[in-house]
Design a binder for this molecule. Structure first.
Ligand code: ADP
Ligand code: MG
Length: 226
C-alpha cells in the first residue's frame, strides 16, 4: 500500500478557551489530516462543542493557535433547519453560487431526500431532518466536516442508516471528519482515530486496529474508495 504524508487541514496549537474563571480548553493541541475520520469522545461538559465551534470559526474569544485551511461545514445535534424555508432552500442557504439550487438538489439526492426537497422542515422525521442537515453541510464541499453529536437524537435503526450514509458520503468526497459522539461503539465503527477530551486537552488517543470489523469496510464503501 502506498504511504503518503497526509496534508493537514487543521492545526490547533495551545488552544485555550475560558468562560469567566473556568478554563474549558486548556492549551489544547490537535492536528487533523485530509480525509481522516476522527471521533471525539469526552464527558458531557468537557468542551467538545466548544472545540468544534472554535474550529468552525464561530468563536472569536479563543486564545492560542488555530489554523484551518479550506472550507469547514458543521452539522449539529439538532438539525437547525430554518422552519419557514423549504428543505431545498435550507440546503442552498448561504451558497452564493449561481447554481446553488442545482447543487442543493444534488446534495439532497446524495442523502436520499429528493422526494422531500419541497417539504417544510417541520414535516420531516428526525432522520430526514438530520439528512437534510448533512446535505446542507455537504453542499459546501467542505474539506473539514464537523459533526456535533448528529446521531444522538435518532432511534437505533435510523442511526444505523444515517451512519452508513455518512460513511458513503465520506468515501465519495473524502472530507476530514471530526465527529463528536458519546457512543464508544459508534466511535469504533466509524473512525480511524478516537480522541478523548478531558481536562481541556486531548487526554487520550487511540488508532483503531486494522483487524476490527467496521461499517466502513463494507464492500460497497471499499469499492467507492478504490
Ligand atoms: P460538551 O460539548 O463537551 O458537552 P461544551 O463545550 O458545550 O461541552 O461546554 C464545556 C463547558 O463550557 C461547560 O461547562 C459549559 O457550561 C461551558 N460553556 C460552554 N459555552 C459557554 C458559554 N457560552 N458561556 C459560559 N459557559 C459555557
Ligand atoms: Mg456538546
Amino acid at each position: 500500500m502506498e504511504e503518503r504524508l497526509p496534508r493537514r487541514v487543521a492545526a490547533v496549537r495551545g488552544l485555550t478557551r475560558r468562560f469567566g474563571d473556568r478554563t474549558v480548553l486548556d492549551e489544547l493541541d490537535l492536528d487533523v489530516h485530509a480525509g481522516e475520520f476522527i471521533a471525539l469522545l469526552g464527558r458531557s461538559g468537557s468542551g467538545k462543542s466548544t472545540l468544534l465551534r472554535a474550529l468552525a470559526g464561530l468563536d472569536r474569544d479563543v486564545e492560542g493557535g488555530l489554523e484551518v485551511t479550506g472550507t469547514v461545514a458543521v452539522a449539529f445535534q439538532e438539525p437547525r433547519l430554518v422552519p419557514w424555508k423549504r428543505v431545498e432552500a435550507n440546503v442552498a442557504l448561504g451558497l452564493a453560487a449561481p447554481d446553488a439550487a442545482a447543487r442543493a438538489r444534488r446534495a439532497l439526492e446524495e442523502v436520499e431526500l429528493t422526494g422531500r426537497a419541497g417539504a417544510w422542515p417541520l414535516t420531516l422525521s428526525g432522520g430526514e431532518a438530520q439528512r437534510a442537515s448533512l446535505a446542507r453541510a455537504l453542499v459546501r464541499e467542505p474539506e473539514l466536516l464537523l459533526l456535533d453529536e448528529p446521531f444522538s437524537a435518532l432511534d437505533a435503526l435510523t442511526r444505523i442508516t444515517v451512519h452508513r450514509l455518512v460513511l458513503r458520503l465520506w468515501a465519495a468526497h473524502r472530507p476530514a471528519v471530526l465527529l463528536v459522539t458519546h457512543d464508544v461503539d459508534e466511535a469504533l465503527v466509524l473512525a480511524d482515530r478516537v480522541l478523548v477530551l478531558d481536562g481541556g486537552r486531548i487526554a487520550h488517543e487511540a488508532a483503531i486496529s486494522a483487524g476490527r470489523p467496521r461499517h466502513r469496510d463494507h464492500p460497497e464503501l471499499v469499492a467507492l474508495r478504490a
